[in-house]
Ligand binder design. Structure first.
Ligand SMILES: *[C@@H]1O[C@H](CO)[C@@H](O)[C@H](O)[C@H]1NC(C)=O
Ligand SMILES: *[C@@H]1O[C@H](CO)[C@@H](O)[C@H](O)[C@H]1NC(C)=O
Length: 302
């Protein structure tokens, strides 16, 4: 009888102990060093007012924490395609860090339910902030004003996140990839510009070269003309000299003949003289000469 009672008492004590352990276990919850949270009573469906930090916390049995990170968390957009002001598609790699405002955690939970709902919304807002920023910049500005673009994205995200009680820090635009056709167009434009620059630099050199060639040609022409003139002069002089020497020779012969005539005391007529010249010509001739003359050298005896 007693042993039966004892067993029942023991069982009751055990049940009480187990129940107590269960109650204590469900009324104790822990927050890690990088977490904040608000107590939520799952039975009464009631959300507490205060944001709790790291440590062990007690509450009514069946409560839980709705937890959020207390440190900055990274959000990254890899290969986000967007259109710029010119309607050109660009590919972006952007990342930044965000954190919830702990004093507004209750509002955040009431609006977004939990961390997953909130993160989803922040991601959506971040993406539309980037798209909007892109629409303010044209293609050449993307190349030239990268820092401004990064500032713009940061501002846009800040404004949107402030409304939902998140703050951001350290936004990085890691890469801006322009479409390949655009890249190759830019490259050929730069090449054309370079070619023009080279041509412009070459121009004075080519001009100088052409100028030098022209001067050389002019000098050569002058030399040729001078030589031709000098040759002409030499030829003319030679002709004059020859003519003079021929005249002198004939003069000498005429004088010699005159002397012979005078010395012989013979009176030659003009016919006689011509006849003499005829004999000279025939004597000098290399070929046969046929000639008709009056009978020569009729001596006139006075
Ligand atoms: C939280 O605060 C609001 C007023 O700000 C109050 O109406 C509400 O009862 C409070 N809730 C708790 C659980 O203390
Ligand atoms: C891009 O915008 C800048 C500044 O508004 C402007 O000076 C430039 O002409 C624009 N470029 C093109 C290609 O539209």
């Amino acid at each position: 009888m007693c042993s039966c009672k004892c067993i029942i008492v023991t069982v009751i004590v055990l049940v009480v102990i187990i129940t107590l352990i269960a109650v204590v276990a469900t009324s104790l919850k822990k927050l890690a060093s990088d977490e904040i949270g608000i107590k939520y009573d799952t039975i009464l469906k009631k959300l507490e007012n205060t944001t709790e930090r790291e440590g062990l916390h007690t509450g009514l049995p069946g409560f839980k924490f709705i937890k959020f990170p207390s440190v900055y968390t990274s959000l990254t957009f890899n290969h986000l395609e967007s259109l710029n002001k010119d309607g050109v598609k660009i590919v972006l790699y952007v990342s930044y860090q965000y954190k919830v405002r702990s004093d507004k955690l209750r509002d955040i939970i009431l609006e977004f339910r939990d961390k997953d709902g909130y993160t989803k919304f922040l991601r959506y807002e971040g993406e539309s902030a980037i798209h909007e920023s892109c629409s303010y910049f044209n293609t050449s500005q993307f190349a030239a004003e990268r820092a401004n673009f990064q500032e713009k994205v940061k501002d846009q995200i800040m404004v949107r996140y402030k409304k939902v009680n998140a703050e951001i820090t350290d936004l990085q635009v890691n890469n801006i990839a322009r479409p390949t056709e655009y890249e190759s167009a830019i490259r050929s434009k730069e090449k054309a510009r370079e070619d023009i620059r080279v041509a412009n630099n070459e121009r004075p050199r080519l001009l100088t070269e052409a100028e030098t060639q022209k001067r050389e040609a002019e000098t050569n022409a002058k030399i040729i003309i001078d030589k031709a003139e000098s040759d002409t002069r030499i030829l003319a002089n030679r002709a004059v000299t020859e003519a003079q020497s021929i005249i002198a020779q004939y003069k000498k012969e005429a004088e010699a003949y005159k002397k012979i005539v005078e010395a012989s005391g013979l009176g030659f007529t003009i016919d006689g003289f011509i006849s003499y010249l005829g004999v000279r010509v025939i004597a000098d001739a290399k070929n046969l000469v046929y000639i008709g003359l009056d009978s020569p050298a009729k001596t006139v005896y006075p």
